[in-house]
Design a protein around this ligand. Structure first.
Ligand code: CP
Ligand code: NVA
Length: 303
């Protein structure tokens, strides 16, 4: 695998390998004397810090760039940005609005014959680095046991998509509870159903029934801010609160990729409860980034 744009760019076995490499202490310094370019078209706390820290821990130098200073497709084309960055960096990570920007960047790098790998740091379509951290967190709490139920409640978005694909690939059961108009489209439901046991609900209580993991994310993702007021109305009743948690399994954990909007998609009480593993999840972002860079550098567990 040269580029990592979606979680299924890795096979099931490779996902496990990345998770195992994430636990390698001390990690081999595979990025010594190497640089990694990280571009952010949107704000970031976790992704930027976890990526920069991981590069440093592997002996490399991260160089982060925020939106205005690069101006993808405004100051110069995504292709020209990609080819330029590839001439400096071992890897290029990018957080973009349009997923197609990542695809254009990888194509330009490949056509140029560069070895540089591109990593999706979140697009409108997917957030695979988050999914790796989510799987690491679930593995730590329950093991990746076939049939374990992961219920996602709220807006079906980039995070939902990567999480659902990753969980289904690993044999976990997935339930998605969303208002009808914010659910996955039929073609995508079919695609997910071909991967494993996934069920779609409009009633959040039914979605979380008996689940070991209850997961939520913001109702208004970055780039959708103009829809916020409408979304607040449409998602009423989908808050992950104590009442909803009482319908999940008695050992259920609560996950959220963060940032959280208190008393919108999750109550502060649940976020701070003993069921909440969100801070561990956030820290796992750094560990899995190390695992991913190691894997993409050719390191394998026990090699
Ligand atoms: N979860 C996540 O990607 O957080 P940031 O947007 O802060 O990077
Ligand atoms: N769905 C959210 C995730 C933030 C990490 C967004 O795209 O804004």
């Amino acid at each position: 695998m040269k580029h990592f744009l979606e979680i299924d760019d890795l096979s099931k076995e490779e996902i496990i390998e990345v998770l195992e490499l994430s636990e390698l202490v001390p990690p081999p310094k595979v990025l010594s004397d190497a640089t990694v370019g990280l571009i952010f078209e949107k704000p970031s706390l976790r992704t930027r810090n976890s990526s920069e820290a991981a590069v440093y821990q592997l002996g490399g130098l991260p160089i982060s760039m925020v939106s205005g200073e690069v101006g993808i497709d405004r100051r110069e084309s995504a292709e020209d940005v990609a080819r330029t960055l590839a001439s400096y960096h071992r890897f290029v990570g990018a957080r973009v609005f349009a997923h197609s920007t990542l695809e254009r960047m990888t194509k330009a790098i490949d056509v140029a014959g560069s070895e540089t790998g591109v990593i999706n740091l979140l697009s409108d379509f997917s957030h695979p680095c988050q999914a790796l951290a989510d799987l690491a967190t679930i593995r730590n709490h329950f093991g990746l046991k076939p049939g374990l139920k992961v219920a996602y409640v709220g807006d079906t978005n980039n995070v939902t998509r990567s999480l659902a694909i990753g969980c289904l690939m690993l044999g976990l059961d997935v339930a998605v509870g969303s208002p009808e108009k914010y659910g996955f489209e039929e073609a995508e439901r079919d695609r997910l159903q071909a991967l494993g046991n996934v069920t779609f609900y409009s009633d959040p209580g039914e979605a979380v029934s008996g689940a070991q993991v209850v997961y939520t994310d913001v109702w208004t993702s970055m780039g959708q801010e103009e829809e916020r007021q409408q979304r607040l109305r449409d998602f009423a009743g989908y808050t992950v609160d104590s009442d909803l948690m009482s319908k999940a399994g008695s050992d259920a954990v609560v996950m959220h990729c963060l940032p959280a909007h208190e008393d919108e998609e999750i109550s502060r009480e649940v976020l701070e409860s003993t069921a909440s593993v969100v801070w561990e999840q956030a820290q796992n972002r750094m560990h899995v980034m190390r695992g991913l860079f190691l894997f993409m550098s050719g390191v394998r567990p026990r090699s």
